[in-house]
Design a protein around this ligand. Structure first.
Ligand SMILES: Nc1nc2c([nH]c(=O)n2[C@@H]2O[C@H](COP(=O)(O)OP(=O)(O)OP(=O)(O)O)[C@@H](O)[C@H]2O)c(=O)[nH]1
Length: 128
């Protein structure tokens, strides 16, 4: 099965972290994730995450650090999820695809119903 490469961003808004909830019509409905999306042909990981965040959330971010990518097999597809830590720079946050968002303390994140591929990323981030 083909592996899709997806970037995602753990975005700091001062001392809070942004999590977003997938809408009912998306794959993995109502799961929580870090915003991001598929890498396009010829696109760098960093360009991808900046583009996806602008498209999905209408904001600009500064990418700070790359965490460890996770490969995960869902029942019908396989992904390589590449996480970045980032900081909010500018723009008014608007949800263009997701149904809700949360600005949470780092230690509250674990209580959400995450997309499975995000769990090792969350663990690495919480232990930083
Ligand atoms: N953006 C993002 N996608 C994630 C995360 N974790 C995770 O399993 N994914 C999966 O990665 C896939 C690609 O992300 P996407 O946001 O571009 O996907 P999409 O809904 O547009 O996919 P589709 O157009 O095929 O329905 C999705 O199926 C999504 O479920 C995450 O933290 N962030």
């Amino acid at each position: 099965m083909k592996t899709i490469s997806v970037t995602c961003a753990i975005i700091h808004f001062e001392d809070k972290i942004l999590a977003v909830q997938r809408s009912e019509t998306m794959k993995l409905p109502l799961k929580w994730e870090f915003a991001g999306g598929k890498i396009e042909l010829g696109e760098s990981e960093i360009d991808c995450i900046r583009r996806e965040i602008l498209e999905e959330l209408n904001i600009l971010i500064e990418v700070k650090e790359r965490l460890t990518p996770v490969t995960h097999q869902y029942s019908d597809f396989k992904i390589k999820l590449i996480p970045f830590i980032a900081e909010y720079l500018s723009g008014e946050l608007k949800l263009r695809e997701h149904c809700s968002f949360l600005l949470a303390d780092k230690d509250e994140l674990i209580n959400l119903d995450w997309a499975e591929a995000d769990l090792p990323i969350l663990k690495e981030f919480i232990e930083l």
